[in-house]
Design a protein around this ligand. Structure first.
Ligand SMILES: C[S@@+](CC[C@H](N)C(=O)[O-])C[C@H]1O[C@@H](n2cnc3c(N)ncnc32)[C@H](O)[C@@H]1O
Length: 283
């Protein structure tokens, strides 16, 4: 009994603070599979200078460094000092060295025309002044340079989060459920394209795609998933019976996504590409 009670509790323990949990739980299940479909679209080449905006713990920057090689350059910036700290602590990849910085996407600390490519994987939707951030991305691009954004589609295209938000609303509060909506708030394809046009980009394209989010069987993975959400600390502090009810409800909603290895859940994203036209004026 004691061992089982202890393991029940352990299922809800996450190491370190938010950035460590993000790196351990969110990056492997969500952001690595996304990088697998996102980066080939960007077609980064040897020797290019690349900026990763809202880099988080640095997955994209680390993948780009060997692609651009020692003749290229990679810079990466994030608002959250904890994210940058984790990024700096991880093993450096081969190829270009990475210039990590803590800073705001709406006021980029780089000269005009510094980069061939600006990438931003699941960052733009979290920035209150998105238009200013996009104008900054354009400013730091060389004429002819390109921007590439990955932005989740709406919550309806993310069954795992949809089920989690519904269960939170029922068992915790509407406010807790709203905490899960932020990543999906720029899910409208046309709105994303229009923002890029308004920021001065040309050759704008926005395509829909999806990752498959792989998780262990629900009983093993859903507690860790819930604990690593933005409302994780609130969930971990709930009564054991409420947490178990949450796990049971989310697990039941995801039964249709079970396979022999656990859960395989689609999650829709938009991938937007655009250019700073070669003839465009500064800024
Ligand atoms: C979902 S994470 C994505 C991280 C990373 N691009 C990845 O693919 O793993 C969103 C990131 O956006 C960052 N962010 C939010 N607002 C920002 C801003 N104004 N400037 C720079 N980074 C910002 C957050 O700190 C967080 O690390």
């Amino acid at each position: 009994m004691m061992a089982s009670a202890a393991s029940q509790t352990d299922r809800w323990q996450l190491p370190g603070g938010g950035p460590e949990s993000y790196q351990r739980f969110q990056v492997p299940s969500l952001f690595e599979p996304l990088a697998d479909i996102f980066l080939p679209r960007v077609a980064i080449e040897d020797g290019e200078h690349v900026l990763d905006v809202a880099c988080g713990t640095g997955l994209i920057a680390r993948r780009v460094a060997p692609i651009v090689g020692a003749n290229g350059h990679v810079a990466a910036i994030d608002l959250n000092s904890g994210m940058i700290e984790v990024a700096r602590s991880l093993p450096a990849p081969e190829g270009a060295s990475i210039d990590w910085r803590e800073g705001d996407a709406t006021s980029l600390p780089y000269e005009d025309g510094s980069f061939d490519v600006v990438v931003c994987q699941q960052g733009l939707q979290f920035i209150p002044d998105r238009l200013t951030a996009l104008r900054e991305m354009r400013r730091v691009l060389k004429p002819g340079g390109r921007v590439a954004l990955a932005v989740w589609q709406s919550l309806g295209q993310s069954p795992c989060n949809l089920a989690t938000a519904a269960a939170l609303e029922r068992h915790v509060s509407a406010e807790a459920a709203r905490g899960l909506h932020a990543p999906f708030q720029l899910g409208d394809r046309e709105a994303l394209g229009a923002l890029l046009v308004e920021a001065g980009f040309t050759d704008v394209s926005v395509e829909a795609d999806a990752i498959v989010r792989r998780m262990l069987p629900a009983a093993e993975s859903i507690p860790g998933h819930l604990a690593s959400t933005p409302v994780g600390p609130e969930i971990v502090a709930l009564e054991e019976s409420t947490r178990e009810a949450l796990v049971a409800e989310v697990s039941a909603a995801l039964v249709g996504y079970e396979d022999d290895e656990g859960l395989a859940i689609p999650q829709g994203t938009h991938i937007a590409l655009a250019t700073r036209s070669a003839g465009s004026p500064r800024g």
